[in-house]
Design a protein around this ligand. Structure first.
Ligand SMILES: Nc1ncnc2c1ncn2[C@@H]1O[C@H](COP(=O)(O)OP(=O)(O)OP(=O)(O)O)[C@@H](O)[C@H]1O
Ligand SMILES: O=C(O)C[C@H](Cc1nc2cc(Cl)cc(Cl)c2[nH]1)c1ccc(Cl)cc1
Length: 324
């Protein structure tokens, strides 16, 4: 059924009735429609609670944000970016789905997919911090397939890391935390002599507004040097995650953020002994300082590390490998 968002909490749902006619149902959800359960976790500006829809009994994760706190901390922009980005990314198994948003006098509410498996980082740590190659290949492929979808929808995540990769009840991934994502605006129709769209606005906006830097260990060098993230920045982070799934630590980690940034811009990292050669080759082609020289998604999918893996929708029907 096609969900269309109209207004803050009014949603229109197209359905086909018994005689095959398309009927339009207006669904207005609010706090009263849910039974709230246990706390799944806390963010800096949010609390995430398990909740059940009282009519459909479907379970959700509801992220609750305190309006006063959001305003005081000047996070309004991030909340609206998270909403707009999640609304653009509603149709892929690897992205946390946003079903409804609504508000009451005190809070804002995001009604999201419930990821019962927690964070990939937590699961990783329970297995001595490393996965074997088969598990690494499966999770890296799911992350890559999801990045490809995000980029195809004009979204750069900008803060990919194992904490933002959640796991559902099938131990498949769900990427979350889009408050710091970048939506690549379609260039505004320009007033130049019409020889094509004026791209400078989109770029200028990015650099000027780009005070955001992701999490130190996964930040790309271009974000540190010329302050502009691009799609290849997500692939740098992908390279760091791939390295970490096998090595049990991220490639760039130092005593403090500044030292970590130094290692990144100087490409100072080394592989632990026994790092599988195919994975090593792929990581080396991702952790490249010049973003234009980094492997593209197409090339990554054809890299020998993913040999005879079909990286597409079929991936999501496979059973997740038993972690070991
Ligand atoms: N859809 C979800 N299903 C299950 N748990 C979730 C879901 N979304 C978030 N969580 C958990 O809730 C906690 C808070 O998540 P939230 O996104 O609100 O803040 P955060 O991004 O982790 O923190 P910060 O806002 O400081 O970056 C996290 O530990 C996360 O693992
Ligand atoms: O875009 C919409 O649908 C409407 C609003 C927009 C919006 N209203 C806000 C009020 C406050 Cl106090 C803070 C933020 Cl970030 C606010 N964002 C909204 C409602 C709920 C959620 Cl989760 C996000 C945005």
């Amino acid at each position: 059924d096609e969900w269309k968002e109209k207004g803050a909490a009014v949603r229109v749902r197209q359905e086909t009735d018994a005689n095959g006619n398309t009927v339009t149902r207006v669904v207005k959800k609010g706090v009263k429609d849910f039974n709230f359960g246990r706390t799944l976790g806390e963010g800096s500006y949010s609390t995430v609670l398990a909740a059940t829809d009282r009519t459909t009994l479907k379970e959700y994760a509801i992220k609750v944000l305190d309006k006063r706190h959001i305003i005081k901390e000047e996070k309004v922009k991030y909340v609206n970016i998270e909403k707009n980005t999640l609304n653009r990314l509603g149709d892929h198994p690897g992205v946390i789905k946003l079903y409804y948003t609504f508000q009451d006098e005190r809070s804002l509410y995001f009604v999201l997919d419930l990821a019962t498996g927690g964070e990939l980082l937590g699961t990783l740590k329970r297995y001595l911090g490393t996965f074997d190659v088969e598990c690494t290949r499966f999770y890296a492929a799911q992350i890559l397939d999801t990045i490809e979808y995000m980029h195809s929808r004009g979204v750069i995540h900008r803060d990919l890391k194992p904490e933002n990769v959640l796991l559902d009840d099938q131990m498949h991934i769900k990427i979350t935390d889009f408050g710091t994502a970048k939506i690549l605006e379609l260039p505004k129709p320009s007033n130049n002599s019409g020889e094509g769209p004026d791209l400078t606005d989109a770029f200028k906006d990015d650099v000027r507004a780009n005070s955001f830097v992701g999490t130190a260990e996964y930040v790309s060098p271009e974000l540190l040097t010329d302050k502009a993230a691009c799609k290849a920045s997500d692939l740098w982070a992908f390279g760091c995650i791939l390295f970490q799934l096998i090595a049990g630590r991220p490639p760039f980690k130092a005593g403090n953020e500044y030292m970590t940034f130094q290692k990144i811009v100087n490409l100072e990292y080394e592989f632990p002994k026994g790092f599988p050669p195919a994975a090593k080759d792929l990581v080396e082609r991702l952790l490249v300082l010049d973003p234009t020289k980094r492997l593209t998604i197409e090339h990554i999918k054809n890299h020998e590390f993913f040999a005879n893996m079909e990286i597409g929708r079929g991936l999501w029907k496979q059973k997740a490998p038993r972690l070991k």
